[in-house]
Ligand binder design. Structure first.
Ligand code: UD1
Length: 342
């Protein structure tokens, strides 16, 4: 069986963890990354964990000629397409960059898949496509709400492009994974999230505050209509999330899907508040974090968590990592990268 999988954005946070899981499951990941928002040390971490080299090609997925060369050289069974811009705020100020990069790279992938007969693609979608749903938890059938940022809009449009292609080109199989809030780091603490500049996401801000890089964490809003007044999210461990990609690739290779376009929620099925995350982080790592309540952050939704029944039953996948463990790994990873800088 052809085990070669093209992993675009494979040096990124979720991409690097997925390469580890793919390789451990007997696949041969081949990474294409332009390193625009990732570092080669992610690749080194992956190789350390695996104890062997992983093929890496520095290229931009929007560069059709460079990608053509790669598709000519390798015979891929599947593609996992992570490469994309992902900062919500930045997408508001640079919409063209987001539409060009996120849509352009996917369109290139699909054109090359057709030309070179690569049948399978897993796409990194997001729970952002649901917006603030009327009914919680959200299932895959929950109607998508109008996107609140160009970033969210690219995720919806990419899903639509993939759906249209699955209809027009029946040989192409698509699985879109809607990620909830990926957090944590590999248990080895050799790979993890590497935000550039001031982190936008909660966990890197928490770990950087614990490390003294940031003076204080602001919890955005304590007047939401939730039990403790802070927002609720479905925090999914990055290794659990990575494993969902292996299940998705297997499903397409084995042809066990119900159709050639499928969507799965990838979350834990449990909603946790921001305050609970912060307090759990303090407890499991035995430290005190500087934090305060601050105003709500514009664009934040109040609550979202996943109904994961469909993924559990159909993908044969389930999130298993306890939040305590995930938050310990996140802190160990922060300490590891800080020690590397010294
Ligand atoms: C956002 C995006 C999501 C994207 C994800 C990963 C939306 C609505 N959400 O998720 O699409 O996939 O980032 O990039 O587009 N918080 C604080 N203080 C902080 C940082 C965060 O209190 O310093 C709170 C937020 O208000 C939120 C929770 O922590 O309630 C999680 O925030 P974050 O990690 O940024 O993820 P989302 O906004 O849920």
């Amino acid at each position: 069986m052809n085990k070669r999988v093209l992993v675009t954005g494979g040096c990124g946070y979720i991409g690097s963890h997925t390469c580890v899981e793919l390789a451990e499951a007997g696949f041969e990941p081949i990474i294409v990354d332009n390193l625009s928002n990732s570092e080669k040390i992610a690749l080194e971490g992956v190789e350390k964990i695996l104890g062997r080299k992983i093929e890496f090609i520095k290229a931009d997925c929007c560069d059709a000629a460079a990608m053509e060369e790669i598709f000519e050289k390798y015979d891929f069974s599947s593609i996992i397409h992570f490469a994309a811009f992902k900062a919500v705020g930045e997408s508001v100020s640079k919409p063209l960059d987001y539409y060009r990069n996120n849509l352009g790279s996917l369109i290139n992938m699909l054109s090359l898949m057709r030309k070179h007969n690569v049948p399978n693609i897993v796409f990194s979608s997001s729970a952002t496509v649901y917006g603030q749903a009327d009914v919680l938890p959200v299932t895959e059938r929950t109607p998508r709400k109008e996107a609140t940022s160009p970033y969210g809009s690219t995720k919806q449009m990419c899903e639509d492009i993939l759906h249209s292609c699955s209809v027009a080109y029946p040989k192409i199989n698509v699985i879109a994974l809607r990620y909830f809030n990926p957090i944590g780091a590999h248990p080895s603490a050799l790979i993890g999230e590497l935000p550039r500049g001031v982190p936008n996401n909660l966990i890197p801000f928490v770990t950087q505050t614990a490390a003294g890089i940031r003076p204080m964490l602001s919890i955005f809003g304590n007047d939401y209509n939730t039990p403790d007044g802070t927002c609720i999210r479905d925090y999914i461990d990055v290794t659990d999330l990575a494993k969902a990609h292996v299940c998705a690739v297997n499903r397409m290779i084995e042809g066990t899907g119900h159709s050639n376009y499928e969507v799965f929620n990838v979350g834990t099925g449990r909603g946790v508040s921001t305050l609970e995350v912060v307090q759990t982080f303090e407890r499991v790592n035995n430290l005190k974090l500087n934090w305060k309540f601050a105003d709500r952050r514009e664009g934040d939704i109040e609550s979202v968590w996943a109904d994961t029944t469909y993924a559990n039953e159909e993908l044969g996948w389930k999130a298993i990592m306890p939040l305590d463990e995930t938050l310990r790994n996140a802190w160990r990873w922060q300490q590891y990268i800080d020690s590397q800088k010294k």
